[in-house]
Design a protein around this ligand. Sequence first.
Ligand code: ZN
Length: 170
Amino acid sequence: MKQGESLEELSRDIVGLVRRAYSSADARTSSKITIDAFINAIDDSTVRCKLRDSFPSSIEEALRKAKSYTINLEVEAQTQKHKPVVNVVCNTDPRIEHLEQQVAALSERIKQVIQNHPPVRCYHCQGYGHIKKNCPRYRDVGQQGNENELSTRDPTTLPRPFDQGSERHQ
Ligand SMILES: [Zn+2]
């Protein structure tokens, strides 16, 4: 526990320094100064803020909390660091297993649905999954074979004989 030891050293140093610098101060004041100095001397800003928020009543309490916050932050950092690695490496991730089960169940369900309700069959190409009206082969043949019929059905592709006629008259 290197961090804990260094925090202990820090608190000991600060207690000694405050005792020497504020030798005339009463116990309560010097305790407050010691706690403030200890908090301000901590490197980690998160630990510093949490410690300040917790209003420790003694340097011992401040040291105990500082150790606890530091250890918690280290554990948290380790957890964050290892999370993605676990996701990539671990093949027996329970979430993947759950997904595999769901996929298997869905495949089974789809099979049952197909058995109970066979897909529509095309009268044109005898293929499954579409009717003659939507048949890609039927549409291909229709477009090649009935160019005029298609163009008269679609107003945007209609030729404009009247425009040409009026131009000729002018
Ligand atoms: Zn078809």
